[in-house]
Design a protein around this ligand. Structure first.
Ligand code: ADE
Length: 239
């Protein structure tokens, strides 16, 4: 996968993309990151990328020219990249979107730092507008990092064990069951007996039940439209 990032603050990405799994994925050639400062594409002497809004009002607006030119430059290869604009008005980012984007060959992220983007960027350049949640950040960079982290870890070979994303919270539609490791008794706080029983069928059922219980108690909204089995319906009635 190729990931291009258009930003005015390239240095924000070096730590995150150069660490841990995101860095290993790059070293394994599973992903290629290209960070572009779009100020370099500004066609004016002072390399200005923002201007006052038509009609007046507070704040500056990101000009179309540097973004149009930077994206045209990046699109020169073959294929049709997804061009993602980070903004609070976008569709809220979810695991299902991370999965969808992880199946693409080429993503371009556009990060802004202004009161707004010239509307022609949204209309004629961008394929997806994405928000990472209902709060306002100072810019799109943190949002792009959150998205890239969740997308790259899904690429085949990025995690040590290829199966591991399959059972992630949200991928299954439910939150994950509780996990325990040694010791079995830590300062009197005990691991549930069933996990020490060696009975794999019973352990699987316990995990399924605890995963459902956690989802039911913490995120009941996730169960809307979730295809519950008869057994799962009965468990819920017990709670
Ligand atoms: N830029 C500012 N706020 C944002 C948010 N919540 N998500 C994505 N990009 C943003």
């Amino acid at each position: 996968m190729k990931i291009d990032i258009l930003t005015l603050f390239p240095e924000m990405f070096t730590g995150v993309l150069g660490t841990s799994i995101l860095n290993k994925a790059k070293e394994k050639k599973i992903v290629e990151y290209n960070i572009v400062n779009y100020r370099e594409f500004a066609d004016n002497k002072h390399q200005t990328v923002d201007d006052y809004p038509y009609g007046g009002g507070a704040g500056m607006v990101l000009k179309p020219q540097p973004i149009f030119d930077a994206v045209e430059n990046l699109k020169k290869g073959e294929g049709k990249p997804r061009i993602i604009l980070l903004c609070p008005q976008g569709e809220t980012f979810k695991q299902s979107k991370a999965e969808e984007f992880s199946r693409e060959d080429h993503l371009i992220f556009i990060c802004g730092h202004y009161e707004g983007y010239d509307e022609r960027i949204r209309e004629f350049v961008v394929t997806d507008e994405v928000s990472i949640g209902d709060y306002v950040l100072t810019g799109g960079e943190l949002g792009a990092m959150v998205m890239i982290d969740s997308i790259v870890r899904l690429l085949p070979g990025a995690l040590g064990n290829d199966d591991s994303p399959v059972l992630d919270s949200f991928s299954t539609g439910l939150l994950e069951h509780p996990h325990y490791t040694r010791p079995a008794d830590f300062r009197g706080m005990k691991v549930p007996d069933i996990l020490l029983s060696g009975d794999h069928r019973k352990i699987e059922e316990w995990r399924e039940k605890e995963s459902l219980r956690r989802t039911y108690l913490r995120r009941p909204d996730l169960l809307e439209g979730f295809p519950l089995t008869e057994k799962q319906r009965k468990w819920i009635l017990e709670w």
